[in-house]
Design a protein around this ligand. Sequence first.
Ligand code: CP
Length: 301
Amino acid sequence: MTHILGIDELSLDQIETILDRAQMYADQLKDGSYDGTCLKGKIILNLFFENSTRTLTSFEMAAKRLGADVINWNAHTSSLAKGESFMDTIDTLNAYHPDAVVLRHSEYGAPVYVAKRMNCPVINGGDSWREHPTQALLDALTIRQNFGNISGLKVAIIGDISHSRVASSNMQLLTKMGASVTIIAPPELMPEKLPAEGIEKTNNLGEGIKGANVVMTIRPQKERMDKVLIDDFHYFKDYGLTHHKLEDAASNAIVMDPGPFLRNLQISDDLADDHEKFIYHKQVANGVPTRMAALDIAING
Ligand code: CP
């Protein structure tokens, strides 16, 4: 039984194993040769306590592509509304013996807690601002497909670094894989403490993206702010990515975003529609093979 709770606890070897398996599934999805029975007879329980479009859908597709059955448990229609505690909810669902759980939760470390109570592998589908490991893995797969490697690349991550689990998992994964990472944020959205060593920080977008091969934009996570921290007009002026600002990056630079992305706040409309530069749809598509790999490795080893 293998949990996937964060990039923090994955070794470089384990990351490479997941990425290689994900690439195998990406190739097989293209030519239709994937083994649609490798999770036959298994039941995956998706426990999403927070909204999701990409993670929930791609985990469901990944499980079904591998022959598993899926239950998308719904927090809003569950007995949580009657006052049942989170702990009792988890213990109750565990008594049904699912073969794996994918958990998204707003509480810091919730997947780590659930993994201790469940008798099956738990995969973190994103918790608080702490970790979103399968997003970082699919981002890494996308970068590797584009450049052939990650080591030696310069990656600039722009936006709300303080509240972003995607930025947190990416900073850890990309530095483990030998990229140099610069984070760019207004002072209010720049964390003091970072989850990895050797990361450059700047409040200046032009300075931070100089020579970058990969530029990632991260939306202001207003749902995690306890007060208004940014003014949209000034944010776009100083931190919104446009073709003009991208001229400071390397000529082969790609732009990525985990989604959901906010047009004319994080990224200009015309850059969002430039699919040569902004490879968001490739990232989204890589969600399925990456999560096929995560489920396969978590359940089958
Ligand atoms: N990138 C991401 O986690 O998107 P969702 O919130 O839609 O799952």
